[in-house]
Design a protein around this ligand. Sequence first.
Ligand SMILES: NC(=O)c1ccc[n+]([C@@H]2O[C@H](COP(=O)([O-])OP(=O)(O)OC[C@H]3O[C@@H](n4cnc5c(N)ncnc54)[C@H](O)[C@@H]3O)[C@@H](O)[C@H]2O)c1
Length: 353
Amino acid sequence: MKLKIAVLPGDGIGPEISREGVKVMQVIARKYGHEFSFQEALCGAAAIDAVGDPFPEETFRLCEASDAVLFSAVGDPRFDNNPNAKVRPEQGLLAMRKKLGLFANIRPITTFDCLVHNSPLKDEVVKGADFVCIRELTGGMYFGPKHEDDESAYDTNLYSRPEVERILRVAYDYAMKRNKHLTVVDKANVLASSRLWRKVAQQMEKDYPEVKTDYMYVDNASMRMIMEPRFFDVMVTENTFGDILTDEGSAVTGSMGLLPSASLGTSTPVFEPVHGSWPQAAGKNIANPLAQILSAAMLLENFGLMDEAASVRQAVQASLDQHVRTPEIQVPGGAHYGTVEVGSWIAQYIEQN
Ligand SMILES: NC(=O)c1ccc[n+]([C@@H]2O[C@H](COP(=O)([O-])OP(=O)(O)OC[C@H]3O[C@@H](n4cnc5c(N)ncnc54)[C@H](O)[C@@H]3O)[C@@H](O)[C@H]2O)c1
C-alpha cells in the first residue's frame, strides 16, 4: 500500500517521540512491502517562531493532501505562562481539528497487565480495564462564541443536533464492534447542551437495540472511572468533558506516555498521543514513545493493515515484558532506556519477528 503521511512533530518532546513513530512505520513498510512517504511540517510554538502562525497554511495544505497525519504534541511554557499572548501553540491544534473536520477523537484506555502496579489505583481495580473514550472534538466550549476582557469572560457550550448525531453514530459503531455497552456522559441535570445530547441519544438508542446504553453525569463518571474502570466499554462525551476524563484515564493506565488516539472526521485523519509536549523533558531522551508508536498502530488499523498493526502492538508488549521501558514505568533497579533506545528496540523486534 502507498501512504503519504504528514508528520507534525510540534514542540517539547514532540520531535523526539515523532522520530520513534516514524522509525517504527518505516520498519513496517520495509517488512510488509509498503510504500510510506513522510513529509514534515511545522505546527505549534515552532511554527509561531518560524512564521507567526501555529498552524500555517502550508502545513494545512500538506495535511489535506496526505492520507494521514502523524502528530506529536504542541505547547511551550513561554505561552502557558503568558495569559496576554495573542497567539498560542494550542490554537494550532484547534485550527487543525477544525480545518480537517476532525470531530471524533477515539481514545482507547487499555491497561497492560505488567504495568498495573504503575497505576496509583489498586491492582485489582485496574487489572483488565479496557475501554474507549470517544470525545467530540470540534464543538462545544472550545469552539463556541467567546468573550474576554479584564472584567468578564465567557465560553459558550454550543452543540447542534447534527454534531451530536454524528459523534453518537461513531460511538454506537464502536460499541457494536466491542462489548455493546455505551455510556453517554453528560451533565443533563444542569446544562441545556447536555439535555440535547441526552435527547438525541435516547432517540438513536432505538436504532441500536443490541447495544446497552446508559447515561451518566460527568461527575459520577469521573468517580466511576477510578472506582470501577472495568465498568466501561465505550464512553462518549462532549469536547470539554472528554478532554478531562481522558487525562484521568491515563492515571488508570499508569502513565501519560502510554495513551494513543485517533482523530477522525471529514478529511485526513490524525493520529496522536493523548499527552502534551512535556517541555521539562525536552531533549532529555526520557519521554515514553509508546503513545506515539501506538498511535502509529491506530493509523495502520485505519487503513486496514491489521497484521502490521498487530506486529507493532506485539513489539510494544514485548518491550514492556522485557523491561525495555522509559524511566517513568521502569521496574526498580531496571536498566536505563531512553526514548531512542525504546523506539529502536521496538523497530528491531518488528524486523526480527
Ligand atoms: N495534544 C497536545 O498537543 C497537548 C495536549 C495537552 C497539553 N498540551 C500542552 O503541553 C504543554 C505541557 O502540558 P502539561 O504539562 O499539562 O501536559 P503533558 O501531557 O505535556 O505533561 C503532563 C505530565 O505527563 C507526563 N508525560 C507526558 N508525556 C509523557 C511521555 N511521553 N512519557 C512519559 N510521561 C509523560 C509527565 O509526567 C508530565 O509531567 C502545555 O503547553 C499544554 O498546553 C498539548
